[in-house]
Write a protein that binds this ligand. Structure first.
Ligand code: FES
Length: 100
């Protein structure tokens, strides 16, 4: 296995109680698939995409984290996902979508 250069974590809303939070209701699972497909289409071989448990920022969901930069993004949809992937490609941050 080759370690990723960037790891995109998409909130999957999982909670220890078995309940699922806001991000799942806002279709974060489809968002995860979109990130995977788009990263593949762009040839971003170093980008890995994973789902997480609730990131405790539900009001700003769907929430996405990009590591190793540790940038948290809020209210991510496909348009924002494109901006995040653009930022990864350009080694920048999609500032207007950052969760402060
Ligand atoms: S469900 Fe995504 S931050 Fe809580």
């Amino acid at each position: 296995m080759t370690k990723p250069t960037h790891h995109i974590f998409v909130c999957g809303s999982f909670r220890a109680t078995g309940a699922q939070g806001v991000c799942h209701k806002k279709e974060s699972s489809q968002l995860l698939q979109y990130f995977e497909q788009e990263a593949s289409d762009r040839g971003l071989d170093g980008v890995m995409v994973s789902s997480t448990g609730c990131l405790k920022a539900c009001d700003n969901g769907p929430v996405v984290i990009v590591q190793p930069q540790n940038v948290w993004y809020k209210q991510v949809n496909e348009e924002v996902a494109d901006a995040i992937l653009d930022a990864i490609e350009n080694n920048t941050v999609a500032e207007e979508h950052v969760l402060a």
